[in-house]
Design a protein around this ligand. Structure first.
Ligand SMILES: [Mg+2]
Length: 236
C-alpha cells in the first residue's frame, strides 16, 4: 500500500476525551478527593496531587514525567483489587457526572454507525469501565504493566495517552480498524489535545479552557456547550 492510500481509505469514527468532556468533572481530582475522604493520605495520594497540579502548570515533558511518577506510586498494588475499587468509585462518584450533550453525541454517532472510542488521559482501569457503562466501542488510555502475580509493577506500557501520545494511539487504532482520521471526529475541552484536534477532519470543542477557546475561534472550529444550565460543577 502506498503512503497516500493509507490516509484516504476507511470509515469515520468518533473519539471522545473523558475529563470535562464526556463527564463534567476531572476524574483525577475526584479520585484524590475520594482517597482523602477515605483517610488514605498516602504517598500515592501525594504523588497524585502533585500530578494533578502539574497538568495545569507545567510543560509536556514535565507532565509525562509526572505520569510516570504517578504510575510508580501504584507499584505493588493488586490489579484485581484496583479494578474492583475503581468500579465502586465510578458508580458512586462519576457515573452521574455524564454531560447531557455527551450522551446525545454518543447516541448520534452510534445511530450513524460510527465506532465511538474513548481517548483519555485517565487510567485504563477507568477507561474500561466508562466504555462498558456508556456502551462505547473501544478505549485508548495509559496502560500499566501487571506482573504474573497480578501486581502492578509501577511501569507504563506503551505511550502515555496525553497530548501527542493520543495521536500515536489513535493513529494505530485507526489503522487496525479501517478508520480514516480525516473523516473522524474528536471531542475535547483541553488545549493539551491540540495535536489530536489537528489530525481529525472534524474537531469538536466542548466547554473549552480559555486557551482552546481562543484557538477554536481563530480556526473557526465549532464550540459546543454540553453542560446543564444548572450545573453544580461550574466552579470546581
Ligand atoms: Mg479533558
Amino acid at each position: 500500500m502506498s503512503g497516500h492510500e493509507l490516509g484516504g481509505a476507511g470509515r469515520p469514527a468518533a473519539f471522545f476525551d473523558l475529563d470535562r468532556t464526556l463527564i463534567s468533572v476531572n476524574s483525577a481530582k475526584r479520585y484524590i478527593q475520594n482517597e482523602r475522604k477515605q483517610g488514605r493520605v498516602t504517598t500515592r495520594q501525594m504523588f497524585l496531587s502533585a500530578f494533578y497540579l502539574m497538568l495545569y502548570h507545567f510543560s509536556l515533558a514535565d507532565i509525562k514525567e509526572a505520569y510516570r511518577r504517578a504510575a510508580m506510586s501504584f507499584r505493588g498494588k493488586d490489579h484485581a483489587e484496583l479494578t474492583a475499587s475503581t468500579l465502586t468509585w465510578f458508580l458512586e462518584e462519576i457515573a452521574e457526572t455524564i454531560q447531557p450533550g455527551g450522551e446525545s453525541a454518543l447516541q448520534e454517532h452510534k445511530a450513524q454507525g460510527h465506532p465511538c472510542v474513548l481517548l483519555t488521559g485517565s487510567t485504563s482501569y477507568l477507561a474500561k469501565i466508562v466504555t462498558d457503562h456508556w456502551e462505547l466501542d473501544d478505549w485508548l488510555a495509559t496502560q500499566f504493566v501487571v506482573d504474573d502475580d497480578g501486581k502492578m509493577t509501577g511501569e507504563i506500557d506503551g505511550p502515555i495517552c496525553y497530548s501527542d501520545g493520543k495521536v500515536v494511539l489513535a493513529t494505530e487504532w485507526a489503522k487496525q480498524n479501517g478508520v480514516d482520521l480525516k473523516q473522524s471526529y474528536f471531542y475535547t475541552d483541553s488545549f493539551s489535545d491540540l495535536p489530536m484536534l489537528e489530525v481529525v477532519g472534524f474537531p469538536r470543542i466542548v466547554n473549552p479552557d480559555p486557551r482552546l477557546r481562543r484557538m477554536a475561534n481563530r480556526r473557526g472550529w465549532p464550540i459546543l456547550d454540553w453542560q446543564e444550565v444548572e450545573s453544580q460543577e461550574a466552579t470546581s
